[in-house]
Design a protein around this ligand. Structure first.
Ligand code: HAM
Length: 438
């Protein structure tokens, strides 16, 4: 029979990587709680129009990268390529403008883009993201960037990345239209030096001309007009204050005139965290300010700021740096048994051990004691309980210390207590989900 393989660009998250995901989610949840953010989950798919209107019709994401399909009634749906659009749709749909402002939300979710698969670039990838909706102040932008960096610090990767920051001004009515006009004029007559994508961008999305990675395009972009010279008084003041707050918060940054981001909803602040050595291709985090998106989606005007980080890229960096995360899946005890009577006694024993918070694996299939001990070795358990016919008859069990290679005979009814003492109360896995109120 033919074997199935996973589709190109997606990946299995196996044990060995799974604990990094768990750890990152834990860190994110902790920082979110500390900063007063509430978690939101939006659907995996939304109406296609939501993304077209939010991200922009002339962006790579909308043009080339969306997983779009008709449902059974012929309505166009799209797997979410990013989180901001869905969160803003939910803000409007649930009248969150009536909640205390700003509304601070975060998410940890998979996203889907028909991207060209390569290292750190997948077709299904996880992001954690934060959105602050309903109020605008450079201090909010600064606080959010500070938190993004704090999470990187918690994960041990902050030193690998540096903040790149820019202001792309306001879309209406002030600074950006003037800039875009001059930018287009600059490129007129130079089209022949541009890559095929950029030739289209001159008319359709001139801002993206500035961050093209093709050599000739990049040379031209360096000579092109700079947004900084076009910022209106408001945008200029906003940006200067933000940079001052970042300096106060001791966040190192690089002012990057060619940083424009690949989504159309941004106004004023845009930022990314770039790998200090390899550059933008491996940005682990990107975000910015978006003053008009909620209104554009039919809501009351609500300025906002947010960011999202790619979890796979963070895991890659943590692993490359040799950063280990705590892992709670290690077993405490292996139960080896021989004979039907021993197996009968071991079944309830295994359950008692587990109830007591002792992580236990039992070899309940057939196999010699030697083979079972070999398994215990492979699982690297610190202790093995051995039950054979003698132990059943004597109402005892052998408890073997796998590291020292020593063993002792323990009365059967004392085994659970004895193992608890050996592994230490603090190491028991007795997680409770918290109390519910009736
Ligand atoms: P983005 O820059 O498109 O922004 O994505 C944020 C992060 O997601 C990137 O920095 C990267 O780490 C990760 N990422 C993006 N595409 C892929 C991929 N194909 N494979 C693996 N990782 C990927 C946004 O999505 C905005 N919604 C961020 C935002 C929130 N802006 C305001 N609020």
């Amino acid at each position: 029979m033919d074997k199935f393989q996973k589709p190109k660009g997606v990946h299995d998250i196996l044990p060995g990587t799974q604990e990094y995901f768990t750890y990152i989610k834990k860190v994110v949840r902790h920082r979110a709680r500390q900063n007063g953010f509430k978690r939101i989950s939006t659907p995996i798919f939304e109406f296609t129009g939501l993304f077209q209107r939010s991200i922009g019709d002339n962006t790579d994401i909308v043009n080339k990268e969306m997983y779009t399909f008709p449902d059974r009634k012929g309505r166009s749906l799209t797997l979410k390529p990013e989180g901001t659009a869905g969160v803003c749709r939910a803000y409007i749909e649930h009248n969150m403008h009536t909640w205390p402002q700003p509304v601070e939300l975060y998410y940890i979710e998979p996203h889907f883009r028909y991207d060209r698969p390569q290292k750190g670039r997948f077709r299904q990838f996880w992001q954690y993201g934060f959105e602050v909706i309903g109020e605008a102040d450079p201090a909010l932008d600064a606080q959010l960037i500070y938190m993004a960096n704090k999470i990187h610090e918690d994960l041990g990767v902050a030193d690998l990345f540096r903040l790149q920051i820019n202001s792309i001004g306001c879309a209406v009515p002030e600074c950006r239209p003037r800039f875009l006009e001059d930018l287009k004029n600059f490129y007129i007559g130079k089209e022949r030096s541009l890559c095929e994508d950029c030739k289209v961008r001159v008319e359709k999305n001139p801002l993206r001309l500035l961050d093209c990675k093709m050599e000739d395009c990049a040379i031209l972009a360096k000579l092109a007009p700079k947004m900084k010279d076009y910022l209106c008084k408001d945008c200029k003041e906003f940006h200067e204050q933000l940079l001052e707050f970042l300096r106060d918060l001791k966040i190192e940054y690089v002012e990057n005139q060619s940083l424009v981001r690949g989504l159309d909803y941004y106004t004023k602040t845009v930022f990314e965290f770039w790998d200090r050595e390899t550059g933008a291709q491996n940005a682990i985090c990107g975000g910015g300010h978006y003053d008009s998106l909620v209104e554009l989606l039919g809501g009351h005007p609500a300025p906002a700021v947010g960011f999202a980080s790619g979890i796979e890229r963070i895991v890659d960096n943590m692993k490359r740096e040799g950063i280990k995360v705590p892992m709670k899946d290690d077993l405490h005890v292996f139960v080896a048994q021989l004979g039907f009577e021993a197996k009968k006694k071991c079944l309830p024993l295994i359950e008692k051990l587990r109830e007591a918070g002792i992580k236990t694996l039992g070899a309940l299939g057939k196999g010699s004691i030697k083979a079972q001990l070999g398994m215990a070795d492979r699982f690297k358990v610190p202790y093995t309980i051995i039950m054979g016919t003698t132990e059943v008859r004597d109402e005892t069990a052998i408890v073997r210390n796998m590291q020292k290679g020593t063993q002792e005979i323990v009365p059967f009814e004392k085994v659970v207590e004895e193992i608890k003492r050996m592994i230490g109360k603090e190491n028991l896995d007795t997680y409770t989900p918290g109390e519910v109120v009736y």
